[in-house]
Design a protein around this ligand. Structure first.
Ligand SMILES: CC(=O)SCCNC(=O)CCNC(=O)[C@H](O)C(C)(C)COP(=O)(O)OP(=O)(O)OC[C@H]1O[C@@H](n2cnc3c(N)ncnc32)[C@H](O)[C@@H]1OP(=O)(O)O
Ligand SMILES: CC(C)C(=O)C(=O)O
Ligand SMILES: [Mg+2]
Length: 513
C-alpha cells in the first residue's frame, strides 16, 4: 500500500478564499488541529505578502512539531528571504517556490518567454538552495502548459535539487484523464524523475478537483495538496478529507492511503469552518451535515436492517457519533417506530398508525420533525379520548377592519362530515363558535394557554384549554405548527374528553342503579 503525503494549504491557499482573514492565533489553533489530524506538510502562508503574514508563519513554525512547515515564495530573492525569516525556529522547514509556465501566464502576466521562465525558476531554486535543504517547486498553471515545456521545467527542477515538484491545475481547467495523463507523461519522460516526489494541486472551478487529484494518484503522484473543507481560491481546492476517505474506502482500487488520523476529520472541519467563517454546505462530501443523514423511508428501512445498504463508510471513522435518521416527510414507519422506541414508547399497531398519520401531517409542514415534536404528538395521541369529533380543516379570515370569521369541517363518529361557519371577537373565538355549532354542546371555556414545545421558527405550538359543562371540567390539548390549528385541535380534544367523561359518568350511574 503506497503512502500518499498530505500537503495541507488551508492556511495559505485556503486563506486566499475571498473574505477569509485568519489572525495569528487562529492560524496557530488550526495548525495544532492539523497536527492532530496527522498531515505531513503544512503550508502556513505567504511571508512576502505582509509583515503580519510573515509573523503568522513564524508563529506556526514555532508552534507545531512533527510536521514540515512551509512558506510560499515567488521566484524572487526578496520572497525567498522572507520565507527564510519566517521559518526561523521551524523543526522541519521547507520553502515552496513557484513560477507560472503556461502560455497565458507567460505572455500576459510575467511577460517572459519560455527561456526567461526557465532561467528565472532555476535562479530562484539555486538561491533557495543556499538556505533550504527541502524545496518544493510549483509550475503554476501547469494544467494549461505545453507538455514539452512541462518536461523541460521539471527536468530543470530535478537537476537543481528540488525535493518535490508540484503540478498545479491552478484554474481547475482539466478533466481527470488529462490531469492524470500529465503525471504519466512526466513519469515516462523526465530524467531521474524518481529523485523527486510529484505533487498534485487542484482547484475546483469545474467541480473536478477531487477526481483530478485521485487521477494523479493513479498515475504516480506521491503527494496531494488541498485544504480542509475544500476552501481556497475561487471554487476552492481539493478537499483533503475527500481524498483521505476515498483512499480509505476504496483501498482495493487505489492501492494507496494517507496516514491521517481519520477520526480527527470532523473536528478539524468544524474548527476550520468556525474560524474562517466558511460554512460547510449540508451536502458536502464527508463533512457536510447530511453526509451521514438519511431521511427517505426506504433508505431508513435499509439502514435499520443493514447499514451498508446506504453507507459506504461509517460516521465514527471521521469522528462523528452515529448516523442520523432524520424524521421528515419522506420517513417510513420502520424509522418512526424505532425512534419512538428510543423515546420510550412502544405503541400497538393501531396506536402507531394513528400516531404515524399525525406525524406525517406534521412532517408535511416542518423541515425536520424533532424528538420534542414526536413527544408532543405522542403525548397528545396518548391522551386522546375516542374521537367523537375529528377536526378535518379550519379556514379563518382575519383583518383589523373586518369581523374574524372561521369555517370548520369536522368528521363525526357516524361518518358524517359537518361544515359550519361563525364569527367571533377574534380568530380563536370564531373557531370555537363554529365548532360549537357542529357539536351543539354548550360548554364554557374556563382556561386557555399557549406554549412553544419545540424551537425555531417552525416550532410546534401547544394549546391547552379547560372546558366546563355542568360543573365537570376537562382539559383539551392541541399541537400544531400553527397556533390557530393547535387551538382548534385543543377545543375538539376537550369536547371528546367531555363526552367521554359524561359517558363514563352515565355508565357508572347506570351500573350503580
Ligand atoms: C496561484 C496562487 O495562488 S499564487 C499565490 C497568490 N497569493 C498572493 O498573491 C498573496 C498576496 N499577494 C500579495 O500580497 C502581493 O501580490 C505581493 C506582495 C506577493 C506582490 O505585490 P506587488 O509587488 O504589489 O505585485 P502585484 O501583486 O501587483 O503583482 C504581482 C507581481 O509579481 C509577479 N509575479 C507573479 N508571480 C510570480 C512568481 N511566481 N515569481 C516571480 N514574480 C511573480 C507578477 O508578474 C507581478 O510583477 P510585476 O508587478 O512586475 O508585473
Ligand atoms: C501557488 C500555486 C502552487 C497555487 O496555489 C496554484 O497554482 O494553484
Ligand atoms: Mg492554488
Amino acid at each position: 500500500m503506497r503512502k500518499i503525503y498530505v500537503f495541507d494549504t488551508t492556511l495559505r491557499d485556503g486563506e486566499q478564499s475571498p473574505g477569509v482573514n485568519l489572525n495569528t492565533r487562529e492560524k496557530v489553533e488550526i495548525a495544532h488541529q492539523l497536527e492532530r489530524l496527522g498531515i505531513d506538510r503544512m503550508e502556513a502562508g505567504f511571508p512576502a505578502a505582509s509583515p503580519g503574514d510573515l509573523a503568522a508563519v513564524n508563529a506556526v513554525a514555532k508552534a507545531v512539531k512533527n510536521v514540515t512547515v512551509i512558506g510560499l515564495s515567488r521566484s524572487r530573492e526578496q520572497d525567498i528571504d522572507a520565507v527564510k525569516e519566517a521559518l526561523k525556529g521551524a523543526q522541519d522547514p521547507c520553502i515552496h517556490v513557484f513560477l507560472a509556465t503556461s502560455p497565458i501566464h507567460r505572455q500576459h502576466k510575467l511577460r517572459m518567454d519560455k527561456g526567461q521562465v526557465l532561467d528565472t525558476a532555476r535562479s530562484a531554486i539555486r538561491y533557495a538552495k543556499k538556505t533550504f535543504s527541502k524545496i518544493e517547486f510549483s509550475l503554476e498553471d501547469a494544467g494549461r502548459t505545453e507538455y514539452d515545456f512541462l518536461v523541460e521545467m521539471v527536468n530543470m527542477a530535478v537537476e537543481e535539487g528540488a525535493s518535490v515538484v508540484n503540478i498545479p491545475d491552478t484554474v481547475g481547467y482539466l478533466s481527470p484523464y488529462e490531469y492524470g495523463n500529465i503525471f504519466k507523461h512526466l513519469k515516462e519522460n523526465v530524467h531521474n524523475i524518481d529523485k523527486v516526489q510529484l505533487s498534485a494541486h487542484c482547484h475546483n472551478d469545474l467541480g473536478m478537483a477531487t477526481a483530478n487529484t485521485l487521477a494523479a494518484i493513479l498515475n504516480g503522484a506521491d503527494q496531494i495538496e488541498g485544504t480542509i473543507n475544500g476552501i481556497g481560491e475561487r471554487a476552492g481546492n481539493t478537499a483533503i478529507e475527500e481524498i483521505a476517505m476515498a483512499l480509505e474506502t476504496r483501498q482495493e482500487f487505489f492501492q494507496a492511503k494517507t496516514t491521517l488520523q481519520l477520526s480527527e476529520i470532523a473536528r478539524t472541519s468544524r474548527l476550520v469552518s468556525r474560524l474562517t467563517g466558511m460554512v460547510v454546505p449540508g451536502n458536502k462530501a464527508i463533512v457536510g451535515a447530511n453526509a451521514f443523514a438519511h431521511e427517505s423511508g426506504i433508505h431508513q428501512d435499509g439502514m435499520l436492517k443493514e447499514k451498508t445498504t446506504y453507507e459506504i463508510m461509517t460516521p465514527e471513522t471521521i469522528g462523528l457519533k452515529e448516523s442520523k435518521l432524520v424524521l421528515g416527510k419522506h420517513s417510513g414507519r420502520h424509522a418512526f417506530r424505532e425512534r419512538l422506541i428510543d423515546l420510550g414508547y412502544e405503541l400497538d399497531e393501531e396506536a402507531l398508525n394513528r400516531a404515524f398519520a399525525q406525524f406525517k401531517d406534521l412532517a408535511d409542514k416542518k423541515k425536520e420533525v424533532t424528538d420534542e415534536d414526536l413527544l408532543a404528538v405522542i403525548e397528545e395521541k396518548l391522551q386522546d379520548a375516542p374521537e367523537v369529533y375529528k377536526l378535518e380543516s379550519i379556514f379563518v379570515t382575519y383583518g383589523d377592519e373586518s369581523v374574524p370569521t372561521a369555517k370548520v369541517r369536522i368528521a363525526t363518529l357516524d361518518g358524517e362530515t359537518v361544515e359550519k361557519q361563525a364569527e367571533g371577537n377574534g380568530s380563536v373565538d370564531a373557531i370555537y363558535n363554529a365548532i360549537d355549532q357542529v357539536s351543539g354542546e354548550e360548554v364554557t371555556l374556563s382556561d386557555y394557554s399557549i406554549k412553544s414545545v419545540t424551537h425555531g421558527k417552525d416550532a410546534l405550538g401547544e394549546v391547552h384549554v379547560v372546558l366546563t359543562q355542568n360543573q365537570v371540567s376537562v382539559q383539551g390539548r392541541g399541537v400544531s405548527t400553527d397556533i390557530l390549528g393547535a387551538s382548534a385541535r385543543a377545543y375538539v380534544d376537550g369536547l371528546n374528553q367531555l363526552i367521554e367523561k359524561r359517558k363514563t359518568y352515565t355508565n357508572r350511574v347506570n351500573v350503580n342503579l
